[in-house]
Design a protein around this ligand. Structure first.
Ligand SMILES: CC(C)(COP(=O)(O)OP(=O)(O)OC[C@H]1O[C@@H](n2cnc3c(N)ncnc32)[C@H](O)[C@@H]1OP(=O)(O)O)[C@@H](O)C(=O)NCCC(=O)NCCS
Length: 161
């Protein structure tokens, strides 16, 4: 994928990024992933992870699995000092554009019921609530809202004119 540069840089995550990613992970999630999990994800041929950098420092990341015509968003986080500046939206757009370019028809994700910032972000990008997974987050016994966005019609209508 082509790198996007400007005030910040957006590119695919590399192994050398993981230590910086973990610093954000640890202050963003009640049950942060360990280094081993990210190492495994970067080896997973169905997974794609992106990072945003500001002057060489990682300030956010997001990832997903793409298979069987569906993208499943696995994570997204922005460093607390950089939130509410549009970087979460930028990361989501990167996932959406990548998914459209790789023939995904739908995108799906889970989000904590209490995570209003994330729910607002996903809703503003066209994700709709389609279900609830009870006690999905074991560490807090919180339910997950399942959200879905269709991409196929957008891809198809693009080629009709
Ligand atoms: C969720 C998260 C990635 C959003 O990143 P961000 O860079 O702060 O988001 P953006 O600045 O791009 O905001 C995009 C939209 O998200 C929503 N949003 C962001 N922060 C919000 C807040 N504090 N309150 C309510 N809505 C908020 C808004 O809809 C916003 O659009 P707007 O600016 O037009 O109002 C970030 O809060 C985060 O890292 N949270 C911790 C990790 C996490 O919960 N990840 C999601 C797991 S499902």
């Amino acid at each position: 994928m082509k790198e996007v540069t400007g005030a910040v840089t957006l590119r695919l995550m590399k192994k050398d990024d993981i230590d910086q990613v973990l610093l954000i992970e640890q202050c963003s999630f009640p049950a942060p992933w360990a280094k081993k999990a990210y190492l495994g994800e970067l080896e997973n041929k169905f997974a794609r992870y992106f990072v945003i950098l500001d002057k060489g420092r990682i300030i956010g990341y997001a990832g997903m699995w793409i298979f069987a015509g569906e993208s499943h968003i696995t994570t997204i986080a922005v460093h607390p000092d950089y939130r509410s500046r549009g970087y979460g939206r930028m990361l989501m757009m990167a996932l959406i554009e990548y998914s459209k370019g790789h023939n995904a028809g739908t995108m799906v994700l889970e989000v904590r019921e209490s995570n209003i910032s994330a729910i607002n972000l996903y809703s503003s990008l066209g994700f709709k609530r389609i279900g609830l997974r009870r006690n999905y987050y074991i560490e807090t016994q919180e339910d997950a809202i399942v959200m879905l966005r269709h991409l196929k019609q957008e891809n198809e209508s693009g080629g009709r004119v």
